[in-house]
Design a protein around this ligand. Sequence first.
Ligand code: NAD
Length: 353
Amino acid sequence: MSYKIAVLPGDGIGPEVMKSALDVLAVVEEKFSFKLELEEGLIGGCAYDATGDPLPEATEKLCLGADAVLLGSIGGPKWDNLPPEKTPELGGLLALRKKLKLYANLRPAVIYEELKAMSPLSEKVLREKVDLLTVRELAHGIYFGEPKELTDDMGLDTMVYTKEQVVRIARQGFEAAQRRSKKLCSVDKANVLSSSKLWRKVVIELAKDYPDVELTHMYVDNAAMQLMLNPLQFDVIVTSNLFGDILSDESAAICGSLGMLPSASLGEKISLFEPSGGSAPDIAGKGIANPIAQILSLAMMLEISFELNDAAAAIRRAVDACVTGGIRTGDIIEPGMKAVSTDEMTKEIISRI
Ligand code: NAD
C-alpha cells in the first residue's frame, strides 16, 4: 500500500532542514523496502508571496488528501506586519491545524549526557540522559471553552472537559507509554478544579485497559517544579491544553536547543509532524541549521502514522550516534569543537543508518 505525504517546507530554515529529512527518508526507504508518495505544497510567508494566501486552497486540498503532513516551519520578519488572517502563523499554520482537527500534541524532550552543558539545569540534576514526552490535549480546555468574554473590567474563560475528550487524549498517553518505558504521569489540578477532578477519575478508570503501564498523578504546580528538580523521574506526561502548553515549553527549555526537538500533532485522520522550533530567521540561508528536529519529526511520522517502527528506530539510533559521537551543529557546539553544517550533519546521520 502506498501512502501520500504532504511535504510543506515553509519559510526560513524550513526548506534547508526539510531537504535533510527527505534525504534521510530516501535512505530508509531503500534500506527498509518501502516507498512514500511525496507531494510538496506552499505554506506560510512563501505561500503568501506566491498566491496572496498563507494557506492556499491547493495546499489545504493536498493536506486533506494526504495520509500525513510533514512541515518545516513558517514565518519571519518579512511577514510580521500583515493583517492577522494573512500572517504565516494565524492564516497559515493555525488555520491548517484547525482544518486537520488536531487534538493531541506529542513533544519529546531529550537531554543527552554529552549535551548537558547546553541545558540550564545543573550537572547534579542531569545525572543521566533525560528522555521524556509530553502528550498535550490540543482541541479543548480553557483555550476553547464557552463562555468566553472580555469587557473593560472583566475577563472570562471557561475550562471544560467532557469524559469523551479526556478518554481520547488519555488513550494517547497510555499508548505512548506502552511504546516507551511504560510510565505515565497524568498532570492536573484536581485539588481545585472540577475539570481536573473529572480528568483524574477518567484516567484512573481507563488505566484498567493498560495494566502494563504504571500510572501516577501530579498537580501541575508540582509538575512544573519537579521538571526543574528531577526531570529524570518522568517518562510520559499526559495533560490538558493549558497545562501542556506550559509544561512542554518548560521541558523544551531545559534541553538547550530547539534544533533538537521534534513534535507530532495527531488528527482524527491525518497527523502533522514538525520541529518544535520556528523558522530561525537569524540563521536562515546560511546552511548551519540543525536538521535533527526535522529528521526526528520524520521518524515520529514513520512510527506513529505508518508503524514503520524499524525505520524510525534506525533514524533515532543514527541521530544518537552522531550526537554522542561529537558531531555538532553550531547550536549545540561546545568550546573547542568544530561545528558542522546542515548538509554535513545530514550526511553523518545517513552514514550511520
Ligand atoms: P525560532 O524557534 O525560530 O528561533 C529561536 C532560536 O532558536 C533562534 O536563535 C534560532 O536560531 C534557534 N533555532 C531554532 N531552530 C533551530 C535549528 N533547527 N537549528 C539551530 N538553531 C535553531 O523562534 P523565533 O525566533 O521566536 O521565531 C522566528 C519565526 O518563526 C517567527 O516568525 C515565528 O512566528 C515563527 N515560528 C514558527 C513556528 C512554526 O513554524 N511551527 C514555531 C515558532 C515560531
